[in-house]
Design a protein around this ligand. Structure first.
Ligand SMILES: N[C@@H](CCC(=O)N[C@@H](CS)C(=O)NCC(=O)O)C(=O)O
Length: 224
């Protein structure tokens, strides 16, 4: 059994998708990021970075894992799912996982900060991070023109990348013209396990402008 510390963000949904796809037993704990619960010393003892997600493996001496990519690798190795054994497929999976962890996540995260949360609008920063995110999406699109999923078969690389691509509108980044990435986005969205994961916790619907402003104001509290 795993304790899973999370919130309604892309990095949290990566791990929720793994749990729902694999059927591993887990107990979710939802942190209120706008109340800065992620900085509570009891939680920082689990995740020294004071961010979500994190897990604790209750069947392995309460072993704690932080960093979403490391969590996915740990769970894949524990369950024998979604990370191939053969060296080449495993390497390809880890290459695309690292591409997400070092590229898509940080760039799109900064696009969100400057496009949605920053108290002042800095056009250079907004354009820089949106353009870089779009460039990374184009890399994904070319890859997905050759293969069904990033490592060939559905894997932790897709689980890590999908929640970010899914929220492209929030970052102000278009998928126009990226037909392979759009095909992949829709195929993963249709998976029942992914639908279940998106309720862990439920993602707020930000249809109205007031809802978007309210969400951004709460997210801004984390920037201090
Ligand atoms: N590299 C980390 C990033 C974790 C991260 O930035 N989590 C965000 C939510 S997506 C968070 O906890 N933010 C709270 C804060 O900034 O205080 C990972 O992939 O686990």
């Amino acid at each position: 059994m795993y304790d899973f510390y999370t919130a309604a963000t892309p990095n949290g949904y990566k791990v929720a998708i793994f749990f729902e796809e694999s059927g591993l037993a887990y107990t979710p704990h939802f942190l209120k990021l706008d109340k800065l619960e992620q900085r509570d010393p009891a939680y920082v003892a689990i995740n020294p970075n004071g961010r979500i997600p994190a897990i604790v493996d209750r069947e392995d001496d309460d072993f704690a894992v932080f960093e979403s990519g490391a969590i996915l690798v740990y769970l894949a190795e524990k369950s024998g799912r979604f990370l191939a054994d053969d060296a080449r497929t495993r390497s390809v999976t880890l290459q695309w996982l690292m591409f997400q962890m070092g590229g898509v996540g940080p760039m799109q995260g900064q696009a969100n900060v400057f496009f949605r949360y920053a108290p002042e609008k800095i056009p250079f920063a907004i354009e820089r991070y949106q353009r870089e995110t779009r460039r990374l999406y184009e890399v994904l699109d070319r890859r997905l023109g050759d293969v069904e999923f990033l490592a060939g078969e559905y894997s932790i690389a897709d689980m890590a990348t999908w929640p970010w691509v899914r929220s492209h509108n929030w970052s102000g980044v278009s998928l126009d013209g990226l037909e392979h990435l759009t095909r992949w986005r829709d195929a993963i969205y249709a998976r029942p396990a992914v639908q279940r994961a998106l309720k862990v916790p439920p993602r707020p619907k930000l249809a109205a402008e007031e809802d978007k402003q309210d969400f951004a104001a709460r997210a801004r509290k984390m920037l201090s």
